[in-house]
Design a protein around this ligand. Structure first.
Ligand code: AMP
Length: 517
């Protein structure tokens, strides 16, 4: 039973389905007779979830790899630039409590322990002291100049985008340029070979669509990996409590108001509110724990937030409820079927981990595409090991945002600190990090989802205090970190007047485009 892999069938056309199709089709030359044949089946009867609006800087490489133009992407997906996240009131429930998680590695990050030097400046947030990008975010500056070419940056960046528009944009590129066959039809039955492999997906009007390898991008329904194969979700609800979300779109009250260049995430009594600035509107939602609050209270908190941040009560669109089952499938690749996107797992929208996992999955599948059926099982084992590791790290990293909070205004925050809700590995690391900042030794795989710098921004943003050792160490020499703090302030001072405002930059992209190289 060793036949070549020639036909890939992707079930589902949300962000996961079309991103995967685009990455695979570009790499495996689906437009040529000699390339892989790629078919995407998308039911016209089932709507996509379409609220994933935040990304990680990897999205730039992922999109570039598919051959699209960045100007077209920004224009057609209502996209804006994102330079990180700002966390408000996560530490304490008081005015003025905030920290940043920017995308730029702070100067001196690899040469010294910046947190040791930060101890003498505790009244300044770690991000503002160590990283110039936090200043660009606060000033609403663009991460690039008018003359910066497509995909290049002055300061590292990702995007905020309209997920529904991204699907349409990638679909057109996939079908018109990359040779992907699009079947708009409803899958009604899975047909299998005797050995249990999937042979074909039967559709209502296009008959059976045969394939050698099937990618399940059918969202939370997980039609192939879950409903057909019964691969279970490992729940993380005991660690990450948020299991419900409401989301809405809010127009800018005034069309000249600056567009935030970072995701603003504001902690609430039983969850947090995201606020994402696109070109034409904001995307705002509240994710919360149904164990700790009611739907009515969560909706009231969201409405209060919108009005307090310049939105108008009468502009708030309907608030559909989304149910989240925090968890993931350890065996996301089973036989000749691999689940990518919500079908493989989902936690909560914190840190935009969902789309990063889609990019990593599509990238690995494209790079390691088995040439024959015999190689499928080898790649599957490797894939499941890699992605189980990544999901575990995402759970640790997301939980890190909660465990150091001093908030005491609800059971939600107290429960989040209970040791039995904190993964053992994270507890160990927190003990270790008292004398040693998070480093590549803690995160030592080739493509970690979140690098050590991200852990430092959260850890010290939340006010974690490093403790001195009984012996000295060159890395803890504060004269060196002082020099890097000066450097960072210097870069910020030079960059601030040299960079256009975020809205100004987006207007420029809309009218003139970005230079291509
Ligand atoms: P999302 O829920 O956003 O992850 O998207 C799920 C995708 O799966 C959508 O493109 C749906 O049209 C697609 N989908 C769900 N059920 C079926 C089905 N029975 N046949 C074909 N496509 C489906």
């Amino acid at each position: 039973m060793d036949h070549p892999i020639r036909q890939i069938v992707i079930l589902g056309g949300g962000s996961a389905g079309w991103l995967t199709a685009a990455v695979l089709a570009a790499e495996h030359q689906a437009a040529l007779d000699t390339g892989l044949r790629i078919t995407l089946i998308e039911s016209p009867e089932v709507a996509t979830v379409g609220v994933g609006e935040g990304t990680w800087p990897t999205m730039r490489d992922t999109l570039r790899r598919t051959g699209v133009s960045e100007t077209d992407f920004v224009r057609e997906c209502d996209a804006a630039f994102k330079q990180g996240s700002k966390f408000v009131r996560w530490r304490e429930e008081v005015d003025g409590d905030y920290y940043h998680h920017p995308f730029v590695l702070p100067p001196g990050f690899l040469e010294t322990h910046l947190a040791t030097g930060w101890m003498a400046h505790r009244d300044v947030p770690f991000s503002m002291l160590t990283c110039f990008q936090a200043h660009l975010c606060e000033a609403g500056k663009s991460p690039k100049q008018f003359a910066t070419p497509e995909w290049a940056s002055v300061a590292n960046y990702a995007y905020h985008l309209d997920a529904a528009k991204l699907g349409v944009f990638l679909r057109r590129h996939c079908v018109e340029k990359l040779g992907v066959r699009h079947v708009a039809d409803h899958m009604v039955e899975v047909e299998t070979h005797e050995n249990g492999d999937i042979a074909a997906l039967r559709t209502r009007e296009h008959g059976a669509i045969e394939g050698d390898l099937f990618v399940d991008c059918s969202g939370m329904r997980a039609l192939l990996i879950g409903q057909h194969y019964g691969v279970e979700i490992e729940s993380q609800k005991d660690v990450l409590f948020n299991d419900r979300a409401i989301a809405t779109r809010v127009p800018y009250a005034d069309p000249s108001v600056e567009i935030a260049c970072q995701t603003i995430s504001t902690a609430q009594e039983a969850g947090w509110i995201w606020d994402i600035g696109l070109q034409s509107r904001r995307g705002i939602g509240h994710v919360y724990s149904s164990t700790h609050t009611t739907d009515e209270a969560a909706e009231a908190a969201l409405r209060r937030y919108i009005v307090a941040t310049g939105g108008r009560e009468q502009d708030i669109e309907s608030l559909p409820r989304i149910t989240i089952r925090p968890g993931f499938r350890r065996g996301a690749w089973h036989r000749n079927c691999v689940a990518i996107g919500l079908s493989s797992g989902f936690m909560e929208p914190l840190e935009a981990s969902s789309l990063v996992m889609v990019e990593l999955a599509a990238g690995m599948l494209a790079d390691q595409m088995p040439a024959t059926r015999a190689a499928v099982d080898i790649v599957a084992r490797r894939y499941n090991d890699t992605f189980s590791y990544r999901w575990d790290r995402i759970v640790d990293f997301l939980k890190l945002h909660y465990v150091l909070s001093k908030r005491d205004d609800s059971e939600y925050w107290r429960d989040n600190r209970r040791p039995e809700t904190i993964p053992e590995r994270l507890q160990d690391l927190l003990a270790f990090w008292r004398h040693q900042p998070p480093s590549r030794y803690d995160l030592n795989r080739v493509e970690e989802v979140f690098p050590a710098a991200s852990y430092q921004f959260i850890l010290y943003g939340m006010g974690f205090t490093p403790e001195p050792r009984s012996t000295t160490r060159r890395m803890d020499d504060v004269r060196r970190s002082e020099e890097y703090f000066r450097q960072s302030a210097d870069i910020a001072r030079k960059m601030l007047p040299a960079l256009p405002g975020h809205r100004e930059m987006l207007d420029h992209v809309m009218s003139r485009g970005m230079p291509r190289i």
